[in-house]
Ligand binder design. Sequence first.
Ligand code: ADP
Ligand code: ADP
Length: 229
Amino acid sequence: MAYISLQKVSKYYQMGETKIKANDSISFDIDKGEFVVILGPSGAGKSTVLNILGGMDYPSEGRIMVDGTNIAEFTPKQLTHYRRLDVGFVFQFYNLVPNLTARENVELAAQISNRALDAAEVLDAVGLTDRMMNFPAQLSGGEQQRVAIARALAKRPKLLLCDEPTGALDYETGKQVLKLLQDTCRETGTTVVVITHNQAIAPMANRVIEINNAQVRSIYENDYPMPVS
Ligand code: ADP
Ligand code: ADP
């Protein structure tokens, strides 16, 4: 049984008189420990999939099986619990708390999810030993994203969801962040899902799910994902 299985998931948004179909009967499976890229142009429906997968929103139709349980049937309270404990989020623009240091940003996340954890150790693992006491504004874009990844990992999530994690970074810095995500996936067994419009990221994934116009266009596996170097 797949770790995650989306089964005919649809999501509609009502905009005045018009109904927008953001996801139209989307189905795919993800195995534990996979590095997955969901690829598609702007407006394809990627964020909608990620929000549903992360327990931030309910689908209009369909099942989202996670570890054998349909989270679409969770109560809001159960869904909050799932989101807090099982899922880590990484965003395009980092979303760090500006008046907390790198270390405090990570500590806060660990507290919220009741994980006893050494923030310094996690920041060390993402290569930020020397930057722990800095505030976000004192860090480069790549460093801020690494803090954001450390913060997400502080929960020890089963699932790490990343929304255009390299979208605000230059090519070299983006590569470092992708390498960190790939290494994290391999070394900790965390399942990593990246949504992006950037086709260059697809060869690095185990599994690529192409979405266009609210539907799955293709799904393929890379037997030999390209190592980021
Ligand atoms: P992507 O992440 O691939 O850019 P989205 O999932 O954000 O795509 O959006 C898919 C479609 O759903 C778009 O047409 C978008 O405008 C629409 N949409 C997304 N969120 C909402 C919302 N909260 N209300 C209304 N329409 C939305
Ligand atoms: P990038 O090319 O990634 O945008 P920057 O030019 O912003 O990088 O920063 C380069 C280095 O300078 C980084 O290591 C960053 O931490 C450091 N730095 C940038 N701004 C400050 C600041 N206000 N205080 C301390 N260090 C800073």
